[in-house]
Design a protein. Structure first.
Length: 481
């Protein structure tokens, strides 16, 4: 019994001494503190790596979709090339990123073919947070299936105003499927470039259909010169008597078409108050020819009324010879502020000064664009309002030509002079040759602002591609979220 009591007392004493000894507590607390500190430092390292990799990944996606969008602007048909450009930029921009656990980011063309989209996921591993059961962190928002994308925009949200003049060949050689192909292509361009919201920035289109001249409708008396000598007047009509190339007298009634301007202002955009444009005497009502009247399709000045534009395009009929230089001149007039007394209201062309003024997005506040389309050589020029005897068109009878050569020279030579002057004024000139042949395409190449703005189309699909490409090149590119 005494032995047991002694052992009990010694055990209690040992326990009391152990309870009173605090040296072990310090070691335990220190150990726990060090573990927490190391975990905190590790977590901070993991979070820092994640933030750095995330910023780099997001920036890489942004750069990639913009690169793909730019490629799409240059060639809208090459969607594979646009996607390849996006992938290339993405890989280049994540090359120095911290190693990631997985990356499934990929790129595609948006459903409307007006931009590039990005989708997929990317994760970075977390060696330290792993101890807190956090094995990885997402570099892109996992709540979305798509992330940033590029959007090609014209007009309103593009950050600038756009004025476009479509100068369209509706001559006899465009009959059949070709005129239908042109209608489809021109409508495509209008539907792309005329932006829905015109409240802050506008995009407007003018239509200049041409054949033997340009039908200016009720503007004729304002912009054209007076009827020449040798004219007799009958009730409701004015008629022009002239000597034809067979040295016989003919009489043609005046039409509402306009022809080239002569004199010192022949290749300028001077107001008609300064220099009138030429008259046209309508051979279709003469004795020898019923084939080539002034076209029924009239010029439409700048407008953002998409229905008006597409309805007008849909009504085009092909007929007549090719006075492309007259179409060019009127394309310039519809864009020229010097013609603001003729084209008024919403159709008033903006000042050339806006071409160099920068908007809040750092780009020019205004673009003025002329798009010239033809399916062949220009072959019709005038002398005193009648097709000259030296014009290149073969199926105008000699009896319907005046007995003098074209006052300003050939239609081609006049066209090139007008192109040069338009470009010097700040207008960007695009050209489209539709099964036009070598000589016509050479002229169109010279007319265009630069080689990349001259298109050659051999079929209807290529014509639509050309017009769509032009529309996209006129657009602005921005990031969408």
């Amino acid at each position: 019994m005494k032995l047991w009591l002694g052992r009990h007392r010694r055990l209690r004493a040992s326990l009391c001494r152990f309870r009173a000894d605090e040296r072990g507590n310090v070691a335990v607390v220190l150990g726990l503190t060090l573990i927490i500190l190391m975990l905190s430092i590790g977590a901070a390292i993991d979070v820092g790596r994640w933030l750095h990799a995330r910023r780099q990944t997001v920036a890489a996606v942004d750069a990639a979709v913009l690169a793909g969008g730019r490629a799409l602007q240059v060639n809208s048909k090459d969607t594979d090339g646009a996607i390849a450009a996006a992938e290339k930029y993405y890989k280049q921009n994540v090359a120095t990123r911290f190693p990631v656990e997985s990356d499934t980011v990929s790129f595609g063309v948006s459903e409307d073919k007006m931009g590039i989209t990005a989708s997929g996921t990317a994760y970075i591993d977390t060696p330290f947070l792993h101890f807190a059961s956090v094995d990885r962190l997402p570099l892109l928002a996992t709540s979305q299936t798509k992330f940033s994308g590029s959007k090609i925009s014209v007009g309103g949200s593009g950050g600038q105003n756009i004025e476009i003049s479509l100068i369209l060949d509706i001559t006899g050689s465009m009959m059949g499927s070709k005129i239908n192909d042109l209608k489809a292509a021109a409508k495509d361009l209008v539907n792309i470039v005329v932006w829905q919201d015109q409240s802050e920035y506008y995009s407007k289109v003018a239509l200049v259909p041409y054949s033997l001249g340009v039908n200016v409708g009720n503007l004729a008396n304002t912009v054209r010169g007076s009827v020449g000598s040798g004219t007799d007047t009958k009730p409701g009509k004015q008629n022009y008597k002239f000597t034809n190339s067979q040295n016989r007298q003919k009489t043609f009634p005046i039409s509402t078409c306009a022809t080239e301007r002569t004199g010192s202002q022949a290749y300028t955009d001077a107001s008609p108050a300064t220099a009138k444009v030429g008259l046209n005497y309508d051979a279709s009502n003469g004795n020898a020819s019923q084939r080539f009247p002034c076209p029924s399709a009239q010029l439409i000045p700048l407008t953002s009324d998409k229905d008006k534009l597409t309805n007008a395009i849909g009504s085009y009929q092909a007929n007549g010879p090719t006075a492309g230089h007259i179409g060019l001149a009127w394309g310039w007039y519809t864009l020229s502020p010097n013609w603001s007394s003729v084209f008024t209201g919403d159709s008033t062309p903006a000042s050339y000064a806006k071409l160099t003024e920068l908007g809040r997005k750092g780009q020019p506040l205004l673009k003025k664009i002329a798009v010239l389309m033809t399916d062949g050589e220009f072959n019709t020029a005038y002398c005193n309002g009648v097709i000259s005897k030296d014009s290149g068109i073969y199926n105008i009878p000699a009896a319907d030509r005046i007995n003098c050569n074209a006052t300003n020279g050939s239609s081609d030579s006049q066209a090139l002079k007008l192109c040069d002057k338009m470009k010097k004024a700040g207008i960007e000139v695009y050209t489209v040759g539709f099964q036009a042949g070598y000589a016509a395409n050479q002229m169109l190449n010279q007319c265009a602002t630069e080689p990349g703005k001259a298109y050659v189309a051999e079929n209807g699909e290529q014509l639509r591609d050309a017009f769509r490409d032009i529309a996209l090149k006129l657009s602005s590119l921005y990031l969408s979220r």
